[in-house]
Ligand binder design. Structure first.
Ligand SMILES: *Cc1c(COP(=O)(O)O)cnc(C)c1O
Length: 433
């Protein structure tokens, strides 16, 4: 990129002093400067406008600077940007809780507000552990997870991320040892022999007396491989958790608020987990906020035990500005024709990306809801594909073998066309090398 002197000095300082996600410092890879955003367009520091294919990691489902959300944020700033939540409450928290209780699967009636997805999963795990302590079965303190899972970057969550592509090798000595079931067989519409379920059941049978909870991402495994799996697997997990007296934690941080074509991915199987987390798209990608929901059975059990309270309370819990933003985003979503928008994105990505599967070096193309994935044989082509896509007018951020996109639900059709063409051109060019 051709930077002005001002921008070059910002980039230089950034590279010297700031950590970016999964980066070193000093950072040899210069980040791209961004000036502003509007809808699904990002204006870069050299005034180029590119189409956003990432929704800022699943979050910006309405695009950026939506007037309805911005207005709600401005109004809340003038009323009360923040107030502590210990012993106090406010309208944004109550109104947001109402919406979450109403919209999430039936039975999830208790809401804990957290600052980020990882923290909401920490809280989910803490709730599960405290539940068994309250039932005087503290030996049930291990977690069972699914390979290729991703639940966050903090310590309890790292221990339930995939042991190979997670950070287990680095932190093995300090991470709690979780149990891992094989990943569900790939494919949303696949005909399965249920071998994956049998192996999961074997683990549950063998370790039921020490397992507190099972964690999984429903239907779509995100950062651990962008894998889609069948609703029947999710349904079976629910039944097995009940059968072996293990709590089910469903992590809807990536899938929640429509991304897969259902409001929550658990709806594909018609199940209610015991504990569920939401984050990312909760505020429409405007502020960090997440929530952990659980059933009354779980919360009552904790409150009947010793010390009778859930031992967690972040300083910025239920930040009113974040809650007001989430309310505006959810209301906007519910007023919008989101099912139809996602269907259209699904059909578009399906017809535009599927031909790539004929290329040598492309192992799979898969689309579900507003998620499109092109999986390559090689894992070293990402930077080059990203650069070529940018040249063609789209921002994507491949990781490893995975070239993927999850645009805003209201992305205009012409911009969606630019995005898919950019991916097709970039992948085709890379494969031709
Ligand atoms: C992103 C993500 C998290 C972690 O959320 P943060 O806000 O980054 O802490 C947890 N689980 C899933 C499924 C995610 O996609």
């Amino acid at each position: 990129m051709n930077y002005s002197e001002h921008w070059q000095s910002l980039i230089d300082y950034d590279q010297q002093h700031i950590w970016h996600p999964y980066s070193s410092s000093p950072n040899p890879v210069a980040p791209l400067g961004v000036k502003s955003t509007q809808g699904s367009l990002i204006t870069l520091a050299d005034n180029r406008q590119v189409v956003d294919g990432m929704s800022s990691w699943w979050a910006a489902i309405h695009g950026y600077n939506h007037p309805q959300i911005n207005a709600a944020m401005k109004a809340q700033i003038d009323t009360m940007p923040h107030i502590m939540f210990g012993g106090l409450t406010h309208e944004p928290a109550v109104e947001l809780a109402k919406r979450l209780v109403e919209l999430t699967p039936a039975g999830l009636d208790k809401v804990f507000f957290a600052d980020s997805g990882s923290v909401s999963m920490e809280v989910a795990i803490k709730i599960a552990l405290q539940y068994w302590i309250s039932r005087q079965q503290s030996q049930k303190n291990r977690l069972l997870s699914i390979r290729n899972g991703y639940h966050g970057d903090t310590f309890a969550t790292m221990a339930v991320c995939d042991p190979v592509n997670g950070m287990h090798h680095l932190f093995n000595d300090v991470l709690r040892q979780s149990l891992f079931a094989p990943a569900p067989q790939m494919g949303f519409a696949t005909e399965s022999d249920d071998q994956d379920i049998l192996e999961l059941e074997r683990l549950l049978q063998q370790h039921r007396h020490e397992i507190a909870a099972l964690t999984l991402e429903p239907i779509v495994q995100g950062a651990g491989g962008m894998r889609f799996y069948r609703p029947a697997y999710l349904e079976a997990v629910r039944e097995l958790c009940t059968k072996y007296d293990v709590l089910m934690i469903s992590d809807e941080i990536a899938t929640g608020f429509g991304r897969t074509g259902k409001l929550f991915a658990c709806e594909w199987a018609g199940i209610t987990p015991d504990i569920m987390t939401v984050g990312k798209a909760l505020t429409g990608g405007n502020l960090t906020l997440a929530a952990t929901l659980c059933t009354e059975t779980v919360s009552n059990t904790i409150c009947e035990g010793d010390p009778g309270v859930l031992m967690h309370g972040p300083t910025f819990m239920a930040n009113p500005l974040a809650c007001a933003t989430a309310i505006a985003s959810i209301d906007l979503l519910m007023e919008s024709p989101w099912q139809q928008q996602i269907k259209q994105i699904e059909q578009h990505l399906h017809s535009e990306l599927t031909p790539l599967s004929k290329l040598d070096g492309v192992t799979d193309v898969r689309v579900l809801g507003a998620i499109g994935v092109v999986e390559l044989e090689r894992s070293d082509l990402g930077p080059q594909i990203q650069a070529a896509a940018l040249e063609a007018g789209a921002w994507i951020r491949p990781f490893g073998k995975l070239i993927y996109t999850m645009p805003a639900f209201n992305i205009p059709e012409t911009q969606l066309g630019i995005l898919s063409k950019a991916i097709v051109t970039a992948v085709t060019q890379a494969q031709a090398l």
